[in-house]
Write a protein that binds this ligand. Structure first.
Ligand code: MEV
Length: 307
């Protein structure tokens, strides 16, 4: 029996703009994660997870990205295409909520299968497997989810260029609120692309998002949480203009601000999924989390942002 692990992820700043070459700031979110366990079992390649139990070759089309992560890992390993093994996937990452579940499942599967066949998994190989699986799930992935669900540290990320460990010197807390509504990253990414083709202003919003992310990097390093909160609010307004927020996320952002958040915004692909709020201290974070739950959030988490 061999195990592969991956964590969830949170994008602090830069979602969507990162697809267009602007920077993003993202971090592994270890409060949630995925464990893939491989065992020698049965007659053919099979999988069990919350939404499917059975043979991999009979998996419905809707789980194509997961199937691809398994098949592509086996191919890269040089293993048989239909080995008599079973993969059990156990996840605490809410699916399709902007927490990187599709990338994380590919990371955990690749790690577990390479370990099972006692093959070294290089960073490049892991990247190739996760990104090709993400292309099926998200169409045009920037790679920020692949970088953070497989990593250990917050990163400053620029597509095809930079994955830089990020210095964070703030003494503050992040509250993560799950709206309970499934996000639609694939559609949201496509719609932003269409908007940019039709509307010159949308390109300017993307550039502004990039500027905000660069400012956030400086503020995280110098520990200026008040201004960081304002920058997060501005970021959310631009994401609204890009049409990737929705009424529930907007309402949660308002509730967080009304309960003392220094700033709040959606996180991830949007149109459902999760939001984040910045809190000055733990007490305030707990108040915000409670207020979000009272307002209907499915679940909340609190993460210390300092080292
Ligand atoms: C999804 O977690 C983040 C997006 O920016 C898409 C991507 O970067 O691939 C919306």
């Amino acid at each position: 029996m061999v195990v592969g692990m991956a964590s969830g992820k949170i994008i602090l700043m830069g979602e969507h703009a990162v697809v267009y070459g602007q920077p993003a700031i993202a971090m592994p979110f270890s409060a949630v994660g995925i464990r893939a366990t491989v065992t020698q079992e049965g007659q053919a390649l099979s999988v069990s997870c919350a939404f499917y139990q059975g043979l991999v070759h009979e998996m419905p089309k809707i789980w194509e990205s997961l199937k691809h992560a398994i098949r592509f890992s086996l191919y890269r390993i040089g293993a048989p295409t239909d080995p008599a093994i079973h993969i059990d996937i156990d996840s605490t990452i809410p699916a399709e909520r902007g927490m990187g579940s599709s990338a994380a499942v590919a990371v955990a599967i690749a790690r577990a299968l390479f370990a099972f066949y006692q093959k070294e998994l290089t960073d490049q190989e892991l990247w190739d497997i996760v990104q090709s699986s993400e292309k099926i799930a998200h169409g045009n992935p920037s790679g920020v989810d692949a970088a953070t669900t497989s990593g250990k540290q917050p990163v400053f990320f620029i597509k095809d260029k930079t994955i830089q460990p990020l210095e964070i010197n703030v003494d503050a807390y992040l509250v993560v609120g799950d709206s309970g509504k499934t996000g639609h990253t694939l559609e949201a990414v496509k719609d932003v692309a269409l908007l940019c083709q039709r509307n010159q202003e949308a390109k300017r919003w993307i550039e502004e998002l990039g500027k905000l992310t660069r400012s956030a990097k400086e503020l995280l390093s110098s520990g200026q949480t008040n201004i960081l909160g304002q920058i997060m609010n501005q970021d959310h307004s631009l994401l609204q203009k890009l049409t990737v927020s929705d009424d529930i996320l907007d309402q949660m952002v308002i509730v967080a601000r009304e309960h003392g958040a220094l700033g709040a915004k959606l996180t991830g692909g949007g149109r459902g999924g999760c939001m984040i709020a910045l809190a000055e201290n733990q007490r305030q974070a707990q108040d915000i989390a409670q207020a979000l739950e009272d307002a209907g959030a499915r679940q909340t988490w609190i993460q210390y942002l300092g080292e």
